[in-house]
Ligand binder design. Structure first.
Ligand code: SF4
Length: 433
């Protein structure tokens, strides 16, 4: 096993079965998938918790994935790396646990500022059945008082793209203290500036106790208990939401904070859960809403009436489709999502135009056939599909950018819309230039 710092194309599963959501039409599809694996989420999680380190226990492919996903950010001292499983590890000729312990010891000697070490499982570590939960326990007791060692899986066999964050948060949950105190808990990684803005707005509405998961310092985990109301900032945190509910927290039903409408409804739902009246909410949010709508207008003019196809990748597709159709006037050809958690998505499904075609899961070849047949103006998809579609003359948007950009909140609605209007503008310049 060596140390260094890869794209995962997990594959599987076909079985179309129309289900029917509230107003939308949902079909399930399985087959070849084109989705990044959960390791990708390390790229935004390490930025959120600068005192943590993410050690992928994987192959050179895994190392390449993170390196390319993180791109230029590796200038700085990286807060992630890969313990590379060599051929001897994979063949069972070397004790991978001994190697891992040695590597962790060396890492912690070199980097004494690390407070939480995440051992991140991958396809290779799963295939050789390396027990990272036991390794984390063993290393936690070895480094007791210095570093907490946690583990979770980012393997492409088990996770897609954004599920890595769900698993990382789940691994932190047992360390969260219990408390009955009334508080709002925002769950899901937000850019620090965006989070500060939400906190200010909640405070102005009268919610003073606001905590976040993940926290900015990995050791300052929020408490959870019956007084906790959870507000999901990201739509892909099913496991974490349910685990927090099992700890007594109540989940606030709301659309996600994308666009002016979604952000207002998200904050208003939190305010209602704390007994704050609609006029108090309006006094704080209405000026923001007005400003957000004005900023959105130039983008709406570009996007209105344009046809959009979202391929399944980030699990943010349904909230984004709601924003792009309702606030930007786009026409939805098809909305793909890797998984559909109806409990977490109900408020969004209710807002989609009646008859919206939703696909849960993926059979990439069949989906691409539908893309080609419908010739949408814009396709939102993973990196692996964008170039071939561009070569066929279609404008695309990489869905990975949506997770790396600060897009939450009324103030960010125009920036979010620009992420979709820019490729259209570029495409028309190239077509006519
Ligand atoms: S975890 Fe699996 S899918 Fe992800 S990069 Fe490693 S080998 Fe590829």
């Amino acid at each position: 096993m060596g140390a260094s710092l890869a794209p995962g194309q997990p594959t599987p599963c076909v079985d179309p079965a129309p289900l029917g959501a509230s107003q939308a039409e949902v079909r399930q599809e399985s087959g070849q998938r084109e989705v990044f694996c959960g390791l990708t989420s390390i790229v935004w999680l390490h930025r959120r918790m600068p005192d943590a380190f993410f050690l992928v226990v994987g192959s050179r492919t895994c190392a390449h994935l993170i390196q390319s996903a993180a791109g230029v950010m590796i200038f700085a001292e990286p807060r992630f790396g890969t313990a590379i499983l060599g051929e001897r590890d994979l063949a069972g000729l070397a004790d991978a646990n001994d190697e891992l312990d040695r590597l962790v010891r060396e890492l912690l000697e070199r980097r004494p500022e690390i407070r939480t070490l995440f051992l991140v499982g991958s396809c290779p570590s799963e295939v050789i059945k390396l027990d990272l939960a036991r390794a984390a326990e063993r290393l936690s007791s070895q480094f007791l008082g210095q570093v907490r060692v946690l583990n979770y899986s980012g393997s492409g066999i088990e996770t897609t793209f954004t599920q890595g964050e769900d698993n990382a948060l789940l691994s932190m949950l047992p360390l969260m203290p219990t408390s009955e105190v009334e508080q709002l808990l925002i769950v899901g990684t937000l850019a620090d500036g965006v989070e500060d803005r939400f906190r200010t707005l909640f405070e102005r509405m009268g919610i003073s106790s606001v905590a976040s998961l993940p926290p900015r310092r990995s050791t300052e985990l929020p408490a959870v208990g019956p007084g906790t109301r959870i507000l999901l900032a990201q739509p892909f945190l099913s496991g974490t939401a349910r685990a927090l509910e099992r700890r007594g927290a109540q989940r606030i039903q709301a659309p996600y904070p994308f666009g002016v409408e979604g952000s207002r409804a998200w904050m208003a739902a939190a305010a209602a859960a704390f007994g704050i009246t609609p006029p108090q909410v309006a006094a704080v949010l209405d000026p923001l809403v007005e400003r957000g709508r004005q900023a959105l207008e130039p983008h709406r003019r570009l996007l209105e009436g344009r046809r959009l196809f979202l391929l399944p990748d980030s699990q943010m597709e349904i909230p984004l489709a709601r924003f792009l159709s309702r606030e930007c006037g786009m026409e939805l050809v098809e909305v793909g999502t890797p998984y559909l958690d109806r409990a977490l998505m109900q408020a969004e499904l209710d807002l989609l135009p009646p008859g919206t075609s939703i696909t849960e899961g993926q059979d990439v070849e069949r989906q691409l056939e539908r893309v080609r047949a419908s010739r949408p103006d814009l396709v939102v998809c993973g990196l692996g599909l964008a170039n071939p579609l561009e070569a066929e003359g279609m404008a695309t948007k990489w869905s990975i950018e949506l997770v790396f950009s600060p897009i939450h909140g009324c103030d960010q609605a125009a920036d979010l819309a620009e992420l979709f209007s820019r490729p259209l503008r570029r495409h028309s310049l190239l077509s006519f230039g």
